[in-house]
Write a protein that binds this ligand. Structure first.
Ligand SMILES: Cc1ncc(COP(=O)(O)O)c(C=O)c1O
Length: 399
């Protein structure tokens, strides 16, 4: 091992530790449910994106097992080279129907769907206009593009600020194409993008819209079809990204839109072109997950009833959930140290929920991010709330 590299790595790692930014994952020793065994301890899990409990649904698991028998465990190649199996195409057709769009192309993750699609649909003659709180995978996709996009050049609008977006669009008339990109549900704040206003502005200034529905898939809209469905904007959002890794319970991401968009991405979406296809069991499990979402309203009803319960329990106990509107429920602690201490104390109390601090969120708005899901019981939520109250008392007493 090269000494210069090793020295540099160790110095950087120490820097992260000193800045309290160092991450070390805890080990999950049970399926990803509402109550899990983690690092040898039974805890209430408020940090999972398995919103509907589909990651452990019997029908979804059985579909994966059957697919292993039928197709084996690997696709064997990049999709266009020979890795596209009939089941991969079937999944895309199912998602396209579900989303009510012409076509869908699946990527191996939501992250690669963003980093594959964004640079492929713009050129150096174009501009990308972004919400300031967009997800890291959007930011990376934008950075990979040849378009104008920089905040310093005025192409990032303050979170959900439609006056600023309009100002960007007015200044962008000289570009060949204008792209507006936003999260549908913002991953750290749990609020929803004002998509009707964004689409109206896009139509007024001849721009196109891409929405990242990672946290809206399975959560918002008809049977969980996303923000375009939630706002009844069918046919008016040009590019929708969905993830298959969160509410759908498996792994993957997709781009939904026109037939030409799919054709173009098959030819120019680099993570599609140069990375092996999903194992066929992934596609089979996802088809089964879609079956559940389309035919059984109960998981989504339970997700929302737990979400409403959790937010109202927190409000009644005097916690600030920062205006969140979806299952993602941040609980404001303010100072970085308070949120980090709260995370440790919650763990001692048997609750797993992570502190989110600067630079992921602004200074002084450190929070514990919680996500109730369909698998939490009333008892889980009551116990979690009691733990939050005890932690707040301990923090204010300084013990
Ligand atoms: C808004 C947003 N977009 C994209 C992704 C990436 O999705 P995936 O986990 O499927 O790669 C995430 C995941 O955290 C996300 O929160």
């Amino acid at each position: 091992m090269n000494d210069t590299l090793q020295g540099w790595l160790q110095g950087e790692i120490q820097g992260l530790k000193d800045a309290h930014l160092y991450k070390k994952p805890r080990i999950l020793e049970s399926p990803a449910g509402g109550r899990v065994t983690m690092d040898g301890k039974s805890v209430i899990n408020l940090s999972s994106n398995n919103y509907l409990g589909l990651a452990n649904h019997p029908k979804v698991k059985q579909a994966a097992l059957d697919a292993v028998e039928k197709w084996g465990v690997g696709a064997g190649a990049v999709r266009w080279i020979g890795g596209t199996m009939a089941i991969h195409d079937e999944l895309e057709e199912r998602i396209a129907k579900f989303k009510r769009v012409e076509s869908v192309l699946v990527f191996t993750s939501g992250f690669t769907a963003n980093s594959g699609c964004i640079p492929a649909v713009v050129t150096k003659d174009d501009v990308i206009i972004s919400d300031a709180l967009n997800h890291a995978s959007i930011i990376d996709g934008v950075r990979l593009s040849a378009a104008a996009y920089r905040k310093s050049d005025g192409w990032v609008y303050d979170h959900k600020n439609m006056d600023m977006l309009e100002d960007c669009l007015k200044r962008a008339s000289g570009f060949a194409k204008r792209m507006i990109i936003t999260d549908g549900v913002f991953s750290m704040d749990g609020d929803i993008a004002p998509l009707p206003e964004i689409v109206a502005l896009a139509e007024k200034y001849d721009a196109f819209v891409m929405v990242d529905d990672a946290h809206a898939s399975g959560v918002l809209g008809k049977n969980g079809a996303g923000t375009a469905s939630h706002f009844d904007l069918y046919g008016r959002v040009d590019i929708q990204l969905g993830t298959l890794s969160k509410a759908l319970g498996v792994v993957g991401g997709y781009i939904a839109g026109s037939g030409s968009l799919k054709e173009w991405l098959i030819n120019r979406g680099r993570p599609y072109l140069f990375s092996t296809a999903h194992p066929p069991m992934v596609a089979a499990a996802l088809i089964a997950a879609l079956d559940v979402m389309e035919n059984d309203p109960e998981p989504m009803e339970r997700l929302w009833s737990n979400t409403r319960k959790w937010k109202s329990m927190l409000h009644d106990a005097g916690f600030d959930t920062m205006g969140s509107e979806t299952p993602i429920t941040p609980i404001l602690f303010g100072e970085e140290k308070a949120a980090q201490d709260a995370e440790k104390m919650l763990w001692e109390e048997g609750v797993y929920a992570l502190a989110i601090v600067f630079p992921t969120v602004g200074k002084g708005s450190a929070r514990i991010r919680t996500m109730p899901n369909a698998t939490h019981t009333d008892e889980d939520l009551a116990n979690a709330l009691a733990a939050f109250v005890r932690v707040r008392d301990r923090l204010s007493a300084g013990v």
